[in-house]
Write a protein that binds this ligand. Structure first.
Ligand SMILES: [Zn+2]
Length: 340
């Protein structure tokens, strides 16, 4: 059995346990997977789209970070190209979101893993299975939960802590750098969370969300928003005419001022729903596609979420004063290689 599979099975067997228990479980996973980077050079870390910016904030220049999912891609249906096998074969660690979001990518990583590598599922480690959310777009009958933990700052901070712990274990010589970067990232993510709480209080009426792509289920639960629904069915196709009619009815009844589309999923149907219901159609939310170009200040998880939260607050008639003031630049320069 390859070491990578061993490492993964150790992790996944412990995911339902608390974070400390996960770490204890790992301690029994054999020393070969826990070997430090040593003098042979930097660790090479491969990531999928949602965790890349968070991993880069913690890793800084101590690790080579390579993304495998091109930006602007539908991460739910992404199938890695054969060329990604070579990238995977060089990885010491593959960080993915998990919660069954990137199964084809995880399988490719397992199949091409080098000795001592490991696949780390940041989302799966952050949330016990009993708290997974299933809904219209992610029905329990299909077995895939809503995977969008990273749109909730509280979980992004957990991802950051997990990245710090995994990197520190593999590369103890740079543990203090990972700890410093995590502290700075957590501070900025907390400032984002506080700004959101202040600004969402300016929304007159209910904090109500009807989106095309269902990326805010965990966020809504933690920040007191009501997800009225998501337009996109589980097959990522358009809803049926009957479902469209029901949505229009619901938007009128609830007097929803703005409905939100996703930049990665342009939707004629949502445009039509907006026209017929009288709601404004705001089509620029992003669930994992970072704004701007690599190297620009807003091209970060912090920039992404500030944009989304600000757009949501404005769309519902609030004023994003505190969000606008935030500095969303990464805590260290992001050196990740982002495929385009
Ligand atoms: Zn998504």
């Amino acid at each position: 059995m390859p070491t990578s599979r061993h490492a993964r099975s150790c992790r996944t067997s412990a995911v339902a346990a608390a974070a400390t228990a996960v770490l204890l479980g790992l301690a029994g996973c054999g020393s070969s997977t826990d070997a430090p980077a040593g003098s042979a050079g930097k660790l090479t870390v491969v990531t999928t789209v949602s965790p890349t910016s968070i991993v880069s904030n913690i890793a800084g220049d101590k690790v080579t970070v390579v993304g495998v999912v091109p930006e602007g891609t539908n991460s739910h249906t992404f199938e890695p190209p054969p060329s990604a096998a070579k990238v995977m074969s060089k990885a010491d660690i593959v960080f993915i979101n998990g919660l069954k979001l990137e199964d084809p990518t995880a399988e490719l990583a397992q199949a091409n893993a080098k000795d001592g590598s490991e696949v780390v599922e940041l989302g799966t480690m952050s949330l016990p299975e009993s708290q997974w959310i299933y809904d219209f777009s992610f029905p329990e009958s299909e077995g895939k939960p809503n995977p969008h933990l990273w749109t909730d700052p509280l979980y992004a901070i957990k991802y950051g802590a997990e990245v710090r712990d995994v990197l520190s274990k593999r590369d103890p010589a740079n543990a203090s750098t990972y700890a410093t970067n995590y502290t700075a990232f957590a501070k900025k993510a907390t400032a984002l969370s506080d700004a959101l709480k202040a600004d969402q209080a300016t929304i007159p009426g209910r904090k109500i969300l009807l989106t095309y792509h269902d990326a805010y289920a965990y966020f809504a639960k933690d920040y007191g928003w009501d997800v009225l629904g998501a337009v996109q069915p589980k097959d990522f196709e358009d809803p049926t005419p009957k479902e469209v009619a029901a949505l229009i009815e619901q938007i009128r009844a609830e007097k929803v001022p703005t409905i939100f589309g996703s930049e990665v999923f342009p939707s004629k149907i949502l445009e039509q729903i907006g026209r017929e219901s009288g709601a404004r159609y705001e089509d620029t939310l992003r669930d994992d596609d970072l704004p701007g170009r690599p190297g620009e200040a807003g091209h970060s998880w912090l920039g992404l979420m500030r944009y989304d939260f600000s757009t949501m607050v404005k769309g519902l008639g609030g004023t994003p004063t505190e969000l606008d003031k935030l500095d969303t630049a990464d805590v260290v320069p992001d050196r990740a290689q982002y495929p385009q």
